[in-house]
Design a binder for this molecule. Sequence first.
Ligand SMILES: Nc1ncnc2c1ncn2[C@@H]1O[C@H](COP(=O)(O)OP(=O)(O)OP(=O)(O)O)[C@@H](O)[C@H]1O
Ligand SMILES: O=P(O)(O)OC[C@H]1O[C@H](OP(=O)(O)OP(=O)(O)O)[C@H](O)[C@@H]1O
Ligand SMILES: O=C(O)c1cccnc1
Length: 523
Amino acid sequence: MELRAKGLPVPTGSPFTEEIFELLERALKLRRRFLNACDPTFVTDVVSPLFTDLYQLTMLAGYLRHGLHEQEATFDLYIRRAPFEGGYAVWAGLETALSMLESWRFEDVHLAYLRGLGLFDETFLAYLRDWRFRATVTTFPEGRVVFPNEPLLTVTGALGEGQLVETALLNVLNFQTLVATKASRAVLTAANGERAGSVVEFGARRAQGPDGADSATRAAFVGGATGTSNVEAGMAFGIPVVGTHAHAWVEAFASELDAFRAYAAAFPNDCTLLIDTFDTLASGLPNAIRVGLEMKARGQRLRGVRLDSGDLAYLSRKCREALDAAGLADVRVVASNDLDEFVIDSVIREGGRVDVFGVGTRLVTGGGPGGGALGGVYKLVDLAGTPKMKLTADRAKSTVPGRKRVLRVRRDGRALLDVVALEGEDVRPSQLVTDPQNPLNRTRIPSNVEVEDARQVVMRDGQRTHDREELAVLRDRAANDLANLPEGTTRLLNPHVYRVGLSEKLQDLRSRKIAELEASLHS
Ligand SMILES: Nc1ncnc2c1ncn2[C@@H]1O[C@H](COP(=O)(O)OP(=O)(O)OP(=O)(O)O)[C@@H](O)[C@H]1O
Ligand SMILES: O=P(O)(O)OC[C@H]1O[C@H](OP(=O)(O)OP(=O)(O)O)[C@H](O)[C@@H]1O
Ligand SMILES: O=C(O)c1cccnc1
């Protein structure tokens, strides 16, 4: 039928009409703003306001029915643990999330689908038709280094608006923060080398779907990767695209030498040769050196050689020695093959001479111990001026009620600790702060420090309060923060635990609330 000609799948017996498919096409176009956090002109496929868990919609319909949807609610988004058993996280995905909040509208096609579920009445669907995100968002700037147990992002506005965006906010911010943090770990480790290496991201083929790949590329760049092999993300976000060639190129020619010469002829200004197709030291390296010298004689430069198997420390040293001895000291050694911060660390400790680390799978999937997913949560902490909290069996892990501010305490520019206080509360040196996970662990804010608000309002009435920030600004912010943490905070193994403390008033509120809830449970 005609609809098939449009390339859209038509389920057998589908109730969809031609008109609805027109609407679907329009909705798909609307989705295109989402990933495009840094270049509003770029068009890519994105998510709609149906990117939510069904229970957000059922709760919202229920709030509407009971007249609660307009009550002013405050939700805090936070993490309970730093990813990768590390000491920090790099806050990423904010621009993406804000683009989404700004653009979400329920189109006819969405409403038609929801109607078809048979769960919702027309009053609710009419409410959704006019639904806009008009709330206030307060958060850390993107790229900032952040810590567990502090509100990273706070939404204040109508209950019905704050509730609906939970799933998408968590999805975007959890994933990009995970990947940016992973990237920063590889980048900091690589930078410790004798010839400080850089990290480029090679993960598209192993990422969780195309949108996962694009988001991961963006986040990896915020975390300090210098380039990507993902061309779509390169275009969307203005990230430098980089690459070598694959084994297939070598296999496609009669010999490795022919393949190298052909690549050099095709890309004289950007030629990095993969030297492990047959035998790295006996064949790949000598052939690459031969081609490098031929290029040099033509006034060109072989840019690099890539190692993709074997002991990368040993082989990179051998490459460096042979390249230097041949007068090709400016040819860089690129390494890839299941890299992560731990392999990079090992290669460097063993005297490896790698200039560029191409990191794929373990970066874009945020894999490794303590990784896989970031467990950020989004909790209601105040409703119509009444602080709210959720109790857990382990009382110390219960949520922290109330509307808050977060302060970063620095000395000589270096971050020392973060204080979570009540909104409007004055925070000064020498005040006591309490560990959110252990009320017995208290400390005083030191003297001779600067105390600054760590978060700012980035969206008011659903509109951004600032222009979009360039990706390069976010990345510089992350690099600068990472360089100004207490010693040991970025260590891979058993890092220093950066202190986050609750102010006295906030701790009092939390204790009172726990006592109240416990009393009501036992009455
Ligand atoms: N010096 C090193 N220290 C620690 N790990 C290393 C070092 N060199 C390489 N590795 C890692 O060792 C693992 C095994 O690499 P190796 O090339 O031997 O096997 P492979 O991955 O099966 O090879 P291939 O990709 O050719 O199938 C890879 O994850 C690689 O990142
Ligand atoms: O190892 P990653 O960190 O994911 O980096 C990307 C990998 O992708 C390519 O390999 P390819 O997909 O061709 O397979 P391979 O593992 O057999 O080399 C490349 O040669 C890297 O090894
Ligand atoms: O350009 C490369 O070398 C590359 C790209 C993707 C994956 N692995 C390697």
